[in-house]
Write a protein that binds this ligand. Sequence first.
Ligand SMILES: *[C@@H]1O[C@H](CO)[C@@H](O)[C@H](O)[C@H]1NC(C)=O
Ligand SMILES: *[C@@H]1O[C@H](CO)[C@@H](O)[C@H](O)[C@H]1NC(C)=O
Ligand SMILES: *[C@@H]1O[C@H](CO)[C@@H](O)[C@H](O)[C@H]1NC(C)=O
Ligand SMILES: *[C@@H]1O[C@H](CO)[C@@H](O)[C@H](O)[C@H]1NC(C)=O
Ligand SMILES: *[C@@H]1O[C@H](CO)[C@@H](O)[C@H](O)[C@H]1NC(C)=O
Ligand SMILES: *[C@@H]1O[C@H](CO)[C@@H](O)[C@H](O)[C@H]1NC(C)=O
Length: 600
Amino acid sequence: MGLRLRLWLLLLLHLLRAQAAPRSFVVDRGRDVFLLDGVPFRYVSGSVHYSRVPRQLWSDRLHKMRMSGLNAVQVYVPWNYHEPQPGVYNFQGNRDLVAFLKAASREDLLVILRPGPYICAEWEMGGLPSWLLRKPDIVLRTSDSDFLAAVDSWFHVLLPMLQPWLYHNGGNIISVQVENEYGSYFICDYNYMRHLAGLFRALLGDEIFLFTTDGPEGLSCGTLQGLYSTVDFGPADNMTKIFAMQRKYEPNGPLVNSEYYTGWLDYWGGNHSSQDLESMTSILQSMLELGANVNMYMFHGGTNFGYWNGADWKKIYQPVTTSYDYDAPISEAGDPTPKLLAIQKVISQDGDLLNFLNVLCPYEPIRTQLPLTFEAVKQDYGFVLYRTWLPQNFTKPTRLWAQNNSIHDRAYVMLDGVFQGTMERDKEEAALFLTGQAGSTLDVLMENMGRISYGANFSDFKGLIQPLVLGNAILTNWQLFPLNIDALMESENRAFETQKLDLKPPSGPAFYSAMFQLPGPAWDTFLYLPGWTKGQVWINGFNLGRYWTKRGPQQSLYVPGPLLLPAGASNSIKLLELEQAPPRTQIQFLDRPLLNATIC
Ligand SMILES: *[C@@H]1O[C@H](CO)[C@@H](O)[C@H](O)[C@H]1NC(C)=O
Ligand SMILES: *[C@@H]1O[C@H](CO)[C@@H](O)[C@H](O)[C@H]1NC(C)=O
Ligand SMILES: *[C@@H]1O[C@H](CO)[C@@H](O)[C@H](O)[C@H]1NC(C)=O
Ligand SMILES: *[C@@H]1O[C@H](CO)[C@@H](O)[C@H](O)[C@H]1NC(C)=O
Ligand SMILES: *[C@@H]1O[C@H](CO)[C@@H](O)[C@H](O)[C@H]1NC(C)=O
Ligand SMILES: *[C@@H]1O[C@H](CO)[C@@H](O)[C@H](O)[C@H]1NC(C)=O
């Protein structure tokens, strides 16, 4: 069955490819999502500025971002960094934008490019060259002819250079932002925005996805027809309200927060800024659950080397410090922070098992009046989903029970996708009460906990041995889905990622995944899953076994060194948590086993 499923997956991917436009990134307004190569796609991105990181460290930072679960990076191009004098261009060394794009590509990261001309970014003059001010009357960021002439000649150098790097041309740039929070500028010059839009189209073509980004107050002026409107806001803002405002400008299409603030900048003489971890991760999780696309600003802040820091003017002049650490998930020095670990866990929630049914059981379910055993449907190990429908209304809580101890061995019960609880062999006292309407879907995930290996009669059939009974009604008319979970767990991460779209808060059986790197060689270690309830865990596709932290006594799982890849390579961990993940979905690797429940 494993082989057949894998063949089927290949076939599916092939079909999707066949239907999809080759290399395209577009909006699907019907489904409110992006499509990458014709397949629904959501980006979870982080900002990093090549101008704030020494070139020697670009790959390191990008690698850490990819390892954190991001699939894209968002990048500003500071004009003044590349055109130090009018008509004098510098794309060498640390200013080698194409080398940066290549480095991102090597890390399998897509790029959301923000070439300005104005970028803000707390960068010197918001990225505009100070030589513009040699014409003292120039009105920046408007259709002032001196300003436009300078912008035009710069973009005639920059944008053609980017052409081959656009996604549909074989590169990794999926989208390009026009200007930057223009709606927050004190002048609202639509002609300027129209001019820019025309210039981008003329130099980049019709295919590239162009967008604008504004805070909620800036949407009325910052948006322009033909440019997709996105918003930016931080953890303290009202997500519901601001996404509703985006919807006024984009009634259909994906929700996008282009700058979700993981931290904040510092000013000389001010207090150090920090963003508390709890609210940052909880709003991030809410956005991901909504299916929104998110870019975290910053994911790695870096340093304002030289004279490159910007300044704010809020009643007084406030220059930005040299450090642009930003309290971001990856510190200024490139170290992971507690925030990074917290984000890793949030991104890693992949959704309910029920969402994966078509992948886990690609065949038609088996229809049967009375439930069949695992053996009868040729499922040796693991899990089979049993599905039926309530035959009548149950308005009062009604007991769901199994006759003759016929749960072999554990049942995870969902009604219309909502987790209700568990039933267990030899634990008949644990009653489960349901209310629901006629026709509601009753899903019972049955787990084989291991066949009896000693005793007189060890013909230990698995599954639902007899039909469940709800009140007095014997439930019949079942559909059985034998699940090949291991094939999914052994598969490439990309296949797993495409399933992430239907995110809602997992209740009951749900998948989790994360990537991690070892600090050094791959030695034996012990995986500890504090606060997790019960489930199965895979390391690099290897099924490590069951965990049952809640019941114990065993708390840690042995991870043999040869299963792991040493420093420099990425390891994947995937979990099927059957009941309840902890609020902080941490995992830990210990240097000694915890086999005694009393420790937990
Ligand atoms: C957020 O905005 C929504 C819609 O405007 C509103 O119903 C809700 O009360 C707001 N929440 C908070 C915490 O202010
Ligand atoms: C820094 O924080 C302290 C204590 O909260 C406050 O009294 C002070 O006004 C702050 N300074 C600035 C510049 O915001
Ligand atoms: C079940 O309840 C629904 C709504 O409460 C009602 O419309 C329906 O008629 C009921 N069905 C039966 C068979 O009583
Ligand atoms: C199963 O239980 C029912 C009552 O719950 C009983 O009538 C029946 O005899 C039992 N069947 C077997 C095979 O034990
Ligand atoms: C052994 O046990 C299974 C159920 O656990 C039962 O169906 C079967 O009849 C038993 N066989 C014998 C020989 O008792
Ligand atoms: C388990 O922990 C308890 C309490 O700490 C201790 O008394 C017992 O000796 C431990 N057992 C083992 C096998 O370590």
